[in-house]
Ligand binder design. Structure first.
Ligand code: TC6
Length: 678
């Protein structure tokens, strides 16, 4: 089997293998379908069709993946080259059979190109999917019309509306892939497959298929997933298109798809979601550290503390196959902690989210111990004990004597000064903060706190490790509460003041939930524990929160906090809390007034943005988009609002400034100069 000729045009080359034309795209890093790739593909397919000696065409990609989608960087700019939907139509209309040969991730437009092909073969490790919904869009190159026709309504809804990719085997099972081929023999196997199907007629075109309406599948889908899609525009648009695929002709369905796609593309939600796509990737980059900085090998991780936090942190590494030594002070606490970890793994396996052998595999990598001395062979040690500077300093002093040279020493503190902690060691360059969010095995965010003396390779190593354990890491500087918790403070202060001035917990929480937050400040307090911080000085009753804690209203765990809870933890407004608030108002001589929702927004959300601007001004975050990533991944800021800084910019800086000024807040300089949005 020899190549007779190779022709190259930009990112596309063609190779003739006898009577088969192989079109190969090579556009690193992910073969996104930018204008040059689309135009090259169109020209190559048309050349293949025009050549009567060609009996089949194979499309495949070089590099790490089949087309990973449309080029997201082109969105919102004037279209150049052939539109993707037209390209897919050109491929599908080819009178010569076209075969997609898939490896890596055939996503979005990439999957749609594959759907336009007449056959699809894929290696076992390949994934296929239509994740456009995660960018606030839908598969607008015919994907919403072709996928249901090929795999049925139920499977199509799951792929299109949830945006999760499927494995090659799952794709084969649902009819999306015709053949799973050898992992390392894609090129040859695709050629052999092409020879097999070259003469077959009629050529199978997905557009010619019919799919029956399936209202039951749609209703069941809504029932299962409706809640988590609340607030997003794209999922509903996706469903509309899938329904159109079942009720209308292919052409009419395409028209529905186009209309829905354009509405999403021009809307604010997709702009926010696309912003986050790039923001997440930018967050991994450290401005002043060379990308080629050699990393320290991390073969074993130590975790100090087997409580909820320490256990969750350890699970991240175990799940990624990294052995962990976990230390507790008492055997009972150690057993309890490791027991919880095992049960978490087993619960995930029982739900089918992990393979059945995963709990044993992960827990087999865990070495529980009562002695800090056992951390001597760890390459990274993360301290996750309670927030007390004295305790942390003591641990780091001991670690300095125990840890091997070059080991990275991290604290999971959420507020405390990393420089002060580092200063007790003789290796300040090896120390930094790794602030995980609870539950640490679930939450995606990791704030990596860079101390004044943290060495560049230490920071780079931890950022790379974060990717390995599937966290989204953001670099923060040393300041009280770093990025996330620091911005939480003005929100909390204002929420409490608003209560005194006449708002209710329900009103404030309602405004936040309507905004798209998973919960408001008081619901969050009830979940986290109203008593946090109160136990240190239980005699002190300085505010409403203290008063609640003193009455045993510690939140959900006690069935009472800012709300009353039933056995199923459903909240209802509490008359007792209303009384406590009234008492406080009376004590302070505060006369309640009507508070508007706009005031709540200005005082609890604009103040966060203002704090974000200060964080940037002080160099505590590298860029505005990092702040957005922190809030979306760590605190449930609605994805479709793009994070606080993006949201403020889309609201209009003038509006935010005016709101802050109306309520007497000093406005951060960056909001006025625009620096806060860079
Ligand atoms: C669509 O197709 C719509 C169709 C309808 C049209 C009518 N475009 O994630 P990584 C960049 S919508 C442009 O770090 P990984 C990325 O920014 C699209 N750029 O790698 C990064 O650049 P940097 C549907 C893209 O191995 C670099 O590639 N498709 C695109 O961890 C490496 O990315 C998707 O939503 C793109 N489509 O993961 C898929 N994709 O180095 C989006 C990546 O300058 N992509 N880049 O920072 C992904 O999910 C992942 O990138 C991945 C690879 C799984 C392909």
């Amino acid at each position: 089997m020899t190549s007779h000729s190779i022709e190259r045009s930009g990112p596309i080359r063609t190779e003739r293998e006898g009577d088969i034309l192989v079109i190969v795209a090579d556009s690193p890093p992910v073969n996104a379908l930018g204008a040059a790739v689309r135009d090259g593909l169109e020209a190559a397919v048309k050349a293949g069709v025009a050549d009567s000696s060609i009996s089949a065409i194979v499309i495949r990609c070089d590099g790490r993946t089949f087309f990973a989608g449309a080029d997201i960087g082109e969105f919102g700019k004037p279209l150049q080259g052939i539109p993707l939907p037209t390209l897919v139509d050109v491929i599908e209309a080819s009178p010569t059979p076209v075969i997609a040969a898939i490896h890596g991730t055939a996503l979005g437009g990439g999957c749609e190109v594959a759907l336009g092909c007449h056959y699809r073969v894929a290696v076992p490790s390949a994934k296929l999917g239509t994740p456009e919904v995660k960018l606030g869009l839908l598969p607008g190159a015919g994907g919403t019309q072709r996928l249901p026709r090929l795999v049925g309504v139920k499977a199509a809804l799951e792929m299109i509306v949830l945006g999760n990719p499927v494995s090659a085997q799952a794709a084969a099972d649902m009819g999306l892939v015709d053949k799973v081929v050898g992992e390392d023999t894609l090129a040859a196997d695709a050629l052999a497959f092409a020879r097999e199907v070259a003469g077959k007629r009629p050529i199978p075109r997905v557009r010619d298929r019919l799919v029956a309406p399936d209202p039951a599948a749609i209703e069941a889908f809504r029932k299962t997933h409706g809640r988590k899609l609340r607030g997003f525009d794209a999922p509903e648009a996706c469903i509309t298109c899938v329904v159109a695929a079942t009720e209308q002709s292919f052409e009419d369905g395409l028209a529905v798809e186009r209309e829905q796609f354009m509405a999403l593309m021009n809307g604010t939600q997709s702009a926010a979601q696309r912003h986050l796509f790039f923001a997440e990737r930018k967050a991994a980059k450290i401005d002043d550290i060379d990308a080629a900085t050699p990393l320290r090998p991390i073969k074993r991780v130590g975790v100090i503390g087997a409580g909820t936090m320490g256990g969750g942190i350890a699970m991240n590494f175990l799940s990624a196959g990294v052995p962990v030594t976990i230390v507790e002070m008492q055997q009972e606490a150690l057993d309890r902690g490791t027991g919880v970890m095992r049960r978490n793994y087993e619960a995930s396996a029982a739900k089918g989210r992990l393979p059945a052998d995963a709990p044993d595999k992960a827990m087999g990598l865990l070495s529980p111990t009562l002695s800090l001395d056992d951390l001597g062979d760890c390459d990274l040690i993360i301290e996750a004990v309670y927030e007390d500077m004295g305790v942390k300093k003591d641990i780091f002093t001991r670690l300095d004597a125990i840890a091997k040279p070059g080991a990275i020493l991290a604290s999971n503190t959420s507020y405390l000064n990393i420089d002060e902690i580092a200063a007790v060691t003789k290796r300040t360059g090896d120390v930094l903060g790794m602030h995980f969010f609870s539950p640490a095995n679930v939450m995606k965010l990791l704030e990596v706190v860079r101390g004044r003396q943290t060495a560049p390779d230490v920071l780079a190593t931890v950022m790379a490790l974060a990717k390995k354990i599937r966290k989204v890491a953001v670099v923060a500087g040393v300041c009280d509460g770093f990025i996330g918790n620091r911005m939480l403070m003005p929100r909390q202060v204002e929420a409490n003041k608003l209560l005194m001035e006449g708002a209710t917990p329900e009103q404030i929480d309602r405004v936040h939930v309507a905004f798209g937050m998973p919960m408001g400040p008081f619901q969050m307090a009830d979940l986290a524990g109203v008593d946090i911080g109160w136990h240190r000085d239980p005699g002190r009753i300085e505010n409403i929160r203290d008063a609640l804690a003193a009455e045993g209203r510690w939140g959900q765990k006690k069935g009472a906090g800012f709300y009353d809870y039933d056995e199923k933890r459903n909240p209802t407004p509490s008359p007792r809390v209303a009384e406590i608030i009234d008492d406080f108002r009376a004590k302070e001589g505060a006369t309640p007034r009507a508070i508007s929702d706009d005031e709540i927004v200005a005082r609890t959300l604009y103040t966060m943005v203002n704090e974000g601007a200060l964080i940037l001004e002080e160099g505590m975050a590298q860029r505005a988009s990092d702040i957005d990533v922190v809030w979306v991944y760590g605190y449930g800021w609605p994805v479709y609002r793009g994070g606080p800084m993006f949201w403020a910019q889309s609201e209009g800086a003038e509006k935010v400034i005016a709101g802050l000024e109306r309520y007497g807040f000093p406005v951060a300089k960056g909001l006025k100069t625009g620096e806060a949005f860079k």
